[in-house]
Design a binder for this molecule. Sequence first.
Ligand code: IMP
Length: 191
Amino acid sequence: MKIVFATNNKHKLDEVKKIVAGKIEIVSLEEIGCHDDIAETATTLEGNALLKANYIKNKFGLDCFADDTGLEVAALNNAPGVYSARYAGIAHDSEGNMKKLLSELNDKDNRKARFRTVIALVTKDETKLFEGIVHGEIGREKKGENGFGYDPVFIPEGYTQTFAELGDHIKNNISHRAEAVRKLNDYLSTL
Ligand code: IMP
């Protein structure tokens, strides 16, 4: 089975390919010649994931899935959530985003947070959503070199190190995206 993953994020593409590990052939936007910047204008993760998957389905006529992820921090009323990518103002400025997050939580004892991923699958027959969540907390400082985004400040439940310290192998076993991709994979395997 061949399916487009509507992302330009190479880290995500690699993560998802490792999780699916050959069961489904994942095709990138680059491979289908799509260089469009699909604006994420929805106000929910579900909305953005659907928007991206539908865009590819409508323009290229290919089965497609897209994800959207947010970091939901309890002491900040679940912010930055759907606005995680541009929390500090500029899109995908991970350093700025983490700096702002650590500063907002500076005087907070409640460090609880979760990553939530929503995957939207859009095929010629149907539209379906899959969700994955990993609970954890925000550390007091950045630690580790692996991963991307907020990984250096996120310590998953049951561990003492950040995702960026734990590395791909552990992250891909327990992450929000891993859970959502496994659900997608299980579903596609039944077709
Ligand atoms: P999006 O799904 O690419 O829109 O992600 C929104 C924001 O969350 C971006 O700033 C990403 O860097 C961040 N993000 C998404 N997935 C992860 C992850 O697995 N670890 C750390 N940050 C992530």
